[in-house]
Design a protein around this ligand. Structure first.
Ligand SMILES: [Zn+2]
Length: 370
């Protein structure tokens, strides 16, 4: 009933037709009561728009908001000192030689880059062998890059990926038995030596991505024996799933297995329970941070990691295939690149991560400025 109809209705029914002001007052009161009754009758809990009608109140809805300090930028460090080669399957990303590293990073550090993750790429002939000897070569790309970055960028936090697949002639993430299967014990021994070498060179964080059983404990024990455990963070690729999202990375790092695949040690896409067990195990073995990889297709696992490791930071790696897909779809006009990048990082944070490793870091540093 409209206000004017209500007034005329009350007026026609009223006993004192002369007292129009009183009728108005009664009408206002009835109208106001009626409006309240309507919204209550319509279930007041359904009224949500008021909570996010302003850009700031929309931002307040987030449990975590993306900041620059949450970002880690993956870098491919070549053993060819002057190399700066674009990686065709990873738009805007390059393999970088040691001589190019500082000029490449200077503008990013100026924009607020706080952390990098280093991957070594040995390209020299005969650089690879069955034991991945080049992984901890003191003159190799990762150890040299750590030293250069520590010297040049005092505040840059340096994470070093620890694996053998870039350095082994067979491209697998450990040492193999004669039958081609992973020798877990020898692999863990080797991987933990490599981790200690990176830590010794000055890496703030070592991040084993090999998925051999027991490597977190072994690395922790060797860091302790070396007297550097107190200053080196151990980030475990605890829930790393096998799948088809790593193709561009393998182009960049030259780490494609020469035979077979990594399904025996990386997790099956459907293995949520396995991931939960691996997360629990790596926390028990001393991991300081748990990582889930890939990110966008595994938001439930990120959420599980946050629940199981509620007192640990949780990292998520938005891998090369996710990055390339977002770029390709934006190029095809499916969506706006920036909008989708923020939607993807918001999803990862919402699931429970508070650290994101992504190739979008240069763009995000610019976008977070405004
Ligand atoms: Zn590997």
């Amino acid at each position: 009933m409209s206000f004017s109809t209500l007034v005329s209705d009350l007026t026609s029914r009223g006993s004192d037709r002369a007292d129009v002001r009183s009728q108005y007052s009664r009408a206002r009161s009835v109208a106001s009561t009626a409006a309240t009754s309507v919204s209550i009758a319509g279930d007041i809990s359904s009224q949500l728009h008021s909570g996010y009608s302003h850009p700031l109140s929309r931002a307040w809805q987030a449990e975590r908001q993306l900041t620059k300090s949450m970002l880690i930028y993956p870098l491919f460090i070549s053993d060819q000192p002057d190399e700066c080669t674009a990686i065709p399957s990873l738009p805007n990303q390059s393999r970088i030689g040691l001589n190019r590293l500082v000029p490449f990073l200077e503008p990013l550090v100026a924009k607020g880059l706080s952390s990098v993750m280093l991957f070594g790429v040995p390209l020299a002939p005969n650089a690879k062998d069955a034991l991945g000897t080049a992984a901890d070569d003191p003159d190799g790309p990762v150890i040299q890059a750590i030293r250069i970055l520590r010297r040049r960028f005092r505040d840059l936090y340096i994470c070093a990926d620890v694996c053998l697949c870039e350095y082994t002639s067979h491209g697998h993430c450990g040492i193999l038995r004669d039958d081609g299967s992973l020798n877990n014990e020898m692999s863990v021994d080797r991987i933990s030596d490599v981790a200690v070498a990176y830590a010794d060179a000055g890496a703030h964080c070592v991040a084993p991505s090999d998925m051999n059983d027991g490597r977190i404990r072994a690395i922790k024990l060797k860091l302790t024996a070396a007297g550097i455990n107190h200053k080196v963070l151990l980030m475990s690729y605890a829930a790393k799933f096998s799948g088809c999202l790593y193709g561009p990375f393998r182009d960049a790092a030259g780490s494609c297995p020469s035979f077979g695949d990594r399904r025996c040690y990386q997790l099956p896409a459907s293995g949520r329970g396995l991931a939960r067990r691996a997360i629990r195990r790596d926390i028990a073995e001393g991991a300081d941070i748990i990582m889930v990889k890939p990110a966008g297709q595994y938001l439930d696992i990120i959420s599980d990691a946050k629940e199981i490791g509620s007192d640990l930071p949780i990292a998520a790696y938005q891998v090369s295939g996710e990055f390339a897909m977002i770029h390709a779809a934006a190029k095809a006009g499916v969506f706006d690149l920036k909008a989708m990048v923020f939607e993807s990082t918001d999803s990862i944070l919402r699931a429970g991560a508070n650290i994101i490793i992504t190739y979008f870091v240069p763009e995000l540093l610019t976008w977070l400025e405004s």
